[in-house]
Structures are given as C-alpha cells and as structure tokens.
Design a protein around this ligand. Structure first.
Ligand SMILES: Cc1cc2nc3c(=O)[nH]c(=O)nc-3n(C[C@H](O)[C@H](O)[C@H](O)COP(=O)(O)O)c2cc1C
Length: 328
C-alpha cells in the first residue's frame, strides 16, 4: 500500500486523487476490497434516527459527484458525505489548485466547487448499492449572487432530499468568493428563513447540518449555534478548511490562496468543537479537521463530537488508516 501511495505522490495532487479513486473503483469491481471489511460491522450506532456502521465518515470534497459511493463504502467508512454539489455543473478555479504540504502533513486547495451538478449526483444516488448512511453537501454556483445564492441551496434540497439520509448546507468554503459571508447574522437569518420554509413545505424529516468555518469570531459562532437551536436545522459540522496559514512550518505556502486542511488545521478545528460544546451540550455535532490517526479521531469524540469525518488523513495515510481507526 505504501508503495502505491509513494508512486501516486509523483503525480500532481489532483491527478493522483483521480487515479486513486479510479483504481479503487476497479479494485472494488474485482471484489478485492473485502480485506477492508470492518470486523465490528454488526455493532451499529443510532444517531438522529439513522443507523451508522461506525462513527467515522468521509468529509465532503472527497467524492464531489457521488461517482465512488460503492467503493468508498466498501473501505469500511461508517457513513459517506458526497458533494459539495451545486445546481449547475461548473469547472471550478484555474489549475493548479490543490497543493500537497509534505512537511506539514496538510493540503491547500482552492478548487472552487468543481462538480458535475445536482442532476448527475441524483442519478448516482438512485443507483448505488452501498447500504450505509449517505449525506449530501450542497453549495451555490459561483455565478449566483445575492438572493440567487440562497435559491441555489433550495434548488439542491428540492432535488436531493428524497435520495439522501442527511443534508449539509455548506456556507464555509473559502474558495467561492463571498460564500462565507452567509455566516454573517443578516445573511444567515435570510438563509434560515428560506431553509425552514422548504423543510416545512416539503415536510422534510431528514437531518440538516450547517458546515462552518474555523475562521469566524466567537460571536458569529454563538449566533449560529443559537440559530440552529431555535430552528428546524438539526446540527453543525465543524470545520471546513482554514485560510490561516501562519502555523505552517513550510513558509513557502504562507501566502498561498485557498483552504488549509490536515494536521495544521487540527487544533483550530478542535478548539471550535470545544467552544460549541461549551455553549451547547446537546447540539448534534460532526467533527472534522486534521484527523491523521486513531488518537486524533478519539480526541474529537472526547471533545464532544457525535460523529467524525476525515479527508486529508485518508489521502496522506491511505485506506489502512480507516481500518486502524475503527477496528481498535
Ligand atoms: C481537496 C479538498 C476538497 C474539499 N472540498 C470540499 C467541498 O467540496 N465541500 C466541503 O464542505 N468541504 C470540502 N473540503 C473540506 C473537507 O471536507 C474538510 O472539512 C477539511 O478538509 C478538514 O478535514 P481534513 O483535515 O480531514 O481534510 C475539501 C478539502 C480538501 C482537502
């Protein structure tokens, strides 16, 4: 496995990602992923009315279009979050837009929601064989501004709610200009009104999470927690990537644009999980950011996350990490 990871590192990160998922797809087709089967698969966890195979899931971005649901599911994850998906397909930002930070065990990405659009994802959701929990992470198109941005989230909800177990409203990507402004009180008020109207109209009874950034002020976070607690929105996902590169050992990357993930994000993300738990012990919370080992995973649960997600750790350490985390 290490040899494959080493060879893949020869390629630029975005190409390596595509090769890895394609390889995984074919290995799964050949029925060779059974070695990753979770030995404790019979012990499911009930949370928000859903049955999770275990508390480790994929974070958004790993499978943006739901093209790899069955093979990722076969690796032993307890749940999968696909997306971010937007109403219309879009190409994302100019390449290169993903950077491997070997010294820091991190990644900087400025992909900008490259995806094939909600209709493509819905087709995949209707066809997969994976029987675990799937969440869909939704976003707004780059070309949508003002009111249209909120309408994009609503359009995605309308199209996807029947085919997913939960929905994540992503308002924290740093790579779509001004998207993070949706976290400001005036904008989030408008967003919540629109979301609640839709939940009411369509009688949606599936959990809806808000994914937040680790770069907001404590006041903003407290405002969002309060909004979630007093609305039909279920819970929060903390956190997305950070734009703060000041902790990086490799100074070369200090002024790179994009969101930083992996080890350098962990402390920031954990601080926010603790902060949320200080304000509310009950709010359903998914912790994500910098899980590179079983210890990091456990730390998030100990801080009060109900579920944990992983992205960068999975691509740095390889699929063996899932096994090491969930079978311990
Ligand atoms: C290449 C890349 C693409 C990502 N794309 C998305 C995305 O489309 N939507 C989203 O909500 N988060 C996205 N993220 C953020 C992750 O879901 C996660 O919140 C973040 O990377 C922290 O977790 P990690 O340290 O385990 O990677 C992306 C992260 C990376 C590295």
């Amino acid at each position: 496995m290490w040899l494959i990871i080493k060879i893949l590192r020869i390629f630029p990160p975005e190409i390596a990602h595509k090769i890895s998922l394609t390889l995984l797809f074919f290995i799964h087709r050949l029925g060779l992923l059974n070695i990753f089967k979770n030995e404790k698969q019979s012990e499911t966890i009930e949370f928000l009315g859903l049955r999770f195979k275990n508390t480790l899931g994929t974070a958004a971005g790993l499978d943006k279009n739901g093209d790899y649901i069955d093979c990722l599911g076969a690796l032993g994850f307890g749940f999968l979050e696909v997306g971010t998906i937007t109403p219309r397909a879009q190409a994302g930002n100019k390449k290169p837009r993903v950077f491997r930070l070997n010294k820091d065990k991190g990644v900087i990405n400025r992909l900008g929601f490259n995806n094939k659009g909600i209709d493509h994802l819905v087709t995949n959701l209707k066809q997969h064989k994976y029987d675990g929990v799937i969440g869909v992470n939704i976003g707004a198109n780059k070309s949508s501004h003002g009111k249209k941005r909120i309408e994009d989230y609503i359009e995605c909800i309308r199209k996807v709610y029947k085919y997913t177990d939960y929905i994540t409203v992503n308002i924290s990507s740093p790579n779509t200009k001004n998207l993070r402004n949706l976290q400001n009180s005036k904008n989030i008020d408008k967003l919540f009104v629109a979301l609640e109207n839709e939940i009411h109209t369509l009688k949606i009874d599936k959990p809806i999470f808000i994914k937040i950034s680790p770069d907001e002020s404590l006041d903003t976070i407290k405002y969002i927690i309060n909004k979630v607690q007093n609305s039909k929105i279920t819970g929060m996902i903390a956190t997305n990537t950070t734009t703060d590169k000041s902790t990086l050992k490799d100074e070369k990357y200090w002024d790179y644009e994009g969101g930083l993930s992996g080890e350098p994000l962990r402390e920031k993300s954990n601080n926010l999980i603790s902060e949320i738990r200080r304000v509310s012990e009950e709010i359903p919370l998914i912790g994500v950011g910098g899980v590179m080992s079983q210890k990091d995973y456990k730390e998030k649960l100990d801080l009060g996350a109900n579920l944990v997600q992983i992205y960068t750790g999975f691509i740095v350490e390889g699929p063996g990490l899932i096994h090491r985390i969930i079978n311990k």
